[in-house]
Design a protein around this ligand. Sequence first.
Ligand SMILES: Nc1ncnc2c1ncn2[C@@H]1O[C@H](COP(=O)(O)OP(=O)(O)OP(=O)(O)O)[C@@H](O)[C@H]1O
Length: 605
Amino acid sequence: MKTNKLLKYIKKNNIINTTNAQFALSINKKEEPITTLAIICVHQAIIDGHVCLPINENKKLFYSKYNNTFIIHFLKYIKTKKIENLLNKNIIGNGSYPTPLVLFKNSLYLYKTWKSEQSISNYFKNPTQEKKYTPYKIKKVLTKIFNQKFCNLQKIAVAISILYKNTFIIGGPGTGKTTVVSKIILSFIRLSEKFIKIKLAAPTGKAAIRLTESLKHNLKRLDITTQEKLIFPSKTITLHKLLKINSKFQEKILQDNELLDLDILIIDESSMIDIYIMEQLIKKLPKHSKLILIGDFNQLPSIQPGNILKDICQHANNKYSIKTAKILKYFINYEVPISNCSTDSNLKDNICILKKNYRFIQAPHIKILSQLILKNNDKNHKKLFNNSYKNVIYNEIYNICSYENMINTLTNNYENYWQAIYNKKELKQIIYIFNKYRILCAVNKGLFGTNRINKNIELNMQHKKYIHNNINLNNSLYVGKPILITKSNKALKLLNGDIGILMLDDVNQHLKAFFLLPNNSINIIPVQLLTHYQTAWCMTIHKSQGSEFNTIAIILPNKYSKLCTKELIYTAITRAKKKFLYIVVKRYSLKRQIHLHFVLAIYHN
Ligand SMILES: Nc1ncnc2c1ncn2[C@@H]1O[C@H](COP(=O)(O)OP(=O)(O)OP(=O)(O)O)[C@@H](O)[C@H]1O
């Protein structure tokens, strides 16, 4: 098939967007059909968040049958032929010289992505032990910081962060990651004779604020001197700011030979670091510095290509080399079980997986449920469907009537919020009540997307007279309307993802947006100044990552969407702390990607 015919077919069937086609043609001037298709397929894989296109048999694991069917056809076609014979040498190479495509370990890459992946894997693959502090001093500091009954895995996490140049500390919500970070910082302050530059960073503004606040909270519980408190780092910045990447133009402002001025870099929510940012980061770290990556690789990865934290850590399971186990025994008096010891020292020595959950003690079923989703196993879900979990009430939606009942249930859960407004409660109290509950959607479009759910909830609220009838819901703002900021605005001190509510200000009864800041102060913005925002009776799960709420509702679309991955549902469920109501829209059998289409609404206890 001629390239132009092929492209016309792909574009007519809306299989790829024009930028992808243009990208392919910009590279493949001669327009050989198979070359164009190869570039399109690799580029589509990158758009889907992957770093390469595996061309081996287990393509099913790579793509679900619902999307990218043309990639499956392409893979079938090249299966019989050797890809390197199909494409000319100027287009495909082995990475030893720059070519648009690189064939490496049976996978097709774009050169840029292949290069990033190579520099990252070279940086991390050999665990480098550090000898900066005497073992005796380390032992003394750790013994003081940890009392005996403290959780061993958390002690290991701190110990390996001192022992190794690069460390990965992984754990689900409430497993003590932030607690460990505070102990790591205190350990280095006590180990270092001179002032040690410790920097804290996170991939997003919200995550940065959250780590700043959590550490402030942790600091109150630490047995720490006033002097140590003064030098304890308190501010977390975004990676873009640390690397001086101007996100508007995605260009690096940090000069190529300029290194970061730090001794230790601790990054939270590291699952959201994409391959390009990670490559920039490791290039800018001074040789002597330490990198400590904190995160939960079961949560959502970055939107850009790469799931680095998961790729590096998913096979680790707190197994350590005999050499490391001996050191841990000396440092923290912890005997690594022999079954967890391995002869060869490898990257697993740098990884600690925190397991014990301290947050879901009140609601163990959320933890069980989140683990179930990760195991992605049909059998386990039967318990879920027959309501055998405490605090989980399960109904099924089959028709519009039950959809309307669902909207009604979701709306009724805002009753306390509206009562607080009409009873003229104190503003912070009203915002606190609003923030106790959140409706999370996987998508924005469709009957179960944020746009329609927001609209239907507003109509229902108008019907219940929470919102006055004379309000035109299509364009007007009203007292009590929650809004979600969709683009950061430095001048207004607003971050993408901030949630505020509209109220009349006391002075002249003008409608203003009130945002509760992490330091418990209120940011008041006249509504005329607001530009990028949307209604926030519900929000997307992506936007909720890094936040948590007493109770939540999770809404997934009633038809397959490649967004409905187990990471998405796991992220959503672990935003909650208390009760759920399950209303299932349609129950698919579970495949590689979860097809549990359900609405989690909630009952207040
Ligand atoms: N070893 C421990 N013993 C008792 N309580 C602990 C321990 N470690 C953490 N906690 C408590 O568990 C709760 C969660 O801890 P922390 O915030 O450090 O977890 P986290 O993994 O950072 O959570 P998230 O990912 O949601 O931010 C806190 O209340 C903390 O005090």
